[in-house]
Design a protein around this ligand. Structure first.
Ligand code: GLC
Length: 413
């Protein structure tokens, strides 16, 4: 097969590797997830009153951008409008169901993009395509699609360069003609470098639904390598993931994934060439729940140590035992990811000092000069048969006091 063309924007998106998803809106006041209007059967007039109490009083976009940056993330995807139809941006007269017309009285998307730029974070816009507020969604679909297109046009033309658009909801009416050429055409006209994503939902994970799409989506669970055979260009992939079981604030959902699990998930994503978009659901006032903050902080320390390998590495057919795998960068650097090494250094706590395990990898055909842990620079004794792509080395465990869950070694050529 002919090699697929890789657009620069797609390449840049893949290099960002790790992003923050932010689900925040009127529903955050109820703390029961972003679907509560529907799932809780709240009548529209009742639900819409939440606009009158939406103050966003402690929403600090700069702090949000800093939080993402500290976590080793390079982009944030914010729900500029979710299914309830309420916009965090100024809809400039399309309707008044937006943040500037609430007690918040501010264009929160404007604050968001400014803050991102100051912190060197790329802003992405999540935008719903289904709408529980606009009556035309049910009564006059063509009119609704024009409302949606105009909404997106506003986002394209008032907020500077946008990293990308993340649409969500077409899975709700798979049979409908969403006039995607017009919608995506509007984006290409004003924001030619924006990534276009359209969430294919839980039932069609990794599916490419339109030729303009730049990245397929995997909602929850682990991604498979995306099936890109039909694509006319190289398409990225992204998995979005909740920390507990809800996207929007959910104060009584305690089912949190551990930082260790999230580190493993992030590594698995990169193994198959997928970005990870990890979600937080801020409180109504705009602050991030402490638990979510804390998890991001731990992921940030891990990324401080190994982020280069995570961002630069691409799938490479280098396989170890168990979950271990290797990545190769565009300029030929090789990184090996090793899962669940023991802690050394104290026989009273774990096995004796200096121990670890033998790690064996296939698919390493480059002649290697040294194998070195990225975190402490320690060189590890190794044996190699480059002709057959075999590499084995002594994977020394963590020093006492440390367990980074996944440890990364660099191969020096
Ligand atoms: C689903 C949900 C939506 C959420 C999205 C995030 O499509 O309907 O609420 O925003 O997943 O991926």
């Amino acid at each position: 097969m002919e090699k697929q063309k890789t657009e620069k924007r797609v390449e840049e998106f893949e290099s960002m590797a790790f992003g923050l998803f932010v689900h925040w809106g009127l529903y955050s006041q109820l703390g029961k997830g972003e679907w509560i209007q529907r799932n809780g059967r709240i009548p529209a007039e009742e639900y819409q009153k939440l606009k009158n109490t939406f103050t966003a009083e402690r929403f600090d976009a700069r702090e949000l951008a800093r939080t993402a940056k500290r976590a080793g993330m390079r982009y944030i995807t914010l729900t500029t409008r979710h299914h309830d139809g309420f916009s965090l941006y100024d809809t400039r007269g399309l309707n008044d169901y937006d943040a500037p017309h609430s007690p918040a009285g501010r264009d929160l998307v404007a604050e968001f993009v400014d803050a991102c730029r100051q912190e060197d974070i790329v802003p992405f816009f999540y935008h719903t395509t289904i709408d529980w507020y606009e009556e035309s969604f049910v009564k006059d679909f063509d009119r609704y699609l024009e409302y949606l297109r105009q909404s997106v046009e506003i986002l394209c033309t008032h907020y500077g360069r946008v990293g990308g658009f993340w649409f969500d909801g077409n899975w709700n009416r798979p049979e409908a003609d969403w006039k995607l050429d017009e919608l995506y055409g509007t984006i290409r006209k004003y924001q030619p470098d924006a990534i276009i994503i359209n969430n294919t939902g839980m039932d069609a994970r990794g599916k490419l639904a339109h030729p303009e799409i730049d990245s397929v989506t995997f909602e929850q669970g682990l991604p498979n390598p995306a099936d890109r055979r039909d694509a006319s260009k190289h398409v990225a992939a992204e998995m979005c993931y909740t920390m507990n079981d809800h996207w929007g604030a959910s104060s009584a959902d305690y089912n949190y994934k551990s930082p260790a699990e999230l580190i493993r998930v992030l590594c698995h994503c990169r193994k198959v060439g997928t970005n990870l978009l990890l979600n937080v659901g801020p409180n109504a006032d705009g602050t991030i729940p402490k638990m979510q903050e804390a998890v991001l902080e731990i992921l940030g320390s891990w990324m401080d140590t190994y982020g280069t390998a995570v961002r630069d590495g691409r799938p490479a057919d280098i396989a170890g035992e168990g979950k271990d795998f290797g990545l190769r960068t565009a300029d030929g650097r090789l990184y090996l990811f090793l899962f669940d090494l023991p802690i050394c250094g104290s026989e009273h706590v774990t096995v004796g000092s200096g121990s670890g395990r033998v790690a064996a990898f296939s698919g390493v055909f480059d002649k290697i000069q040294a194998v070195r842990w990225i975190d402490n620079g320690q060189k590890l004794p190794f044996m190699q048969d480059p002709e057959n792509g075999m590499l084995a080395f002594h994977a020394v465990g963590y020093d006492y006091g440390v367990n980074r869950v996944v440890r990364v070694a660099e191969l020096l050529r």
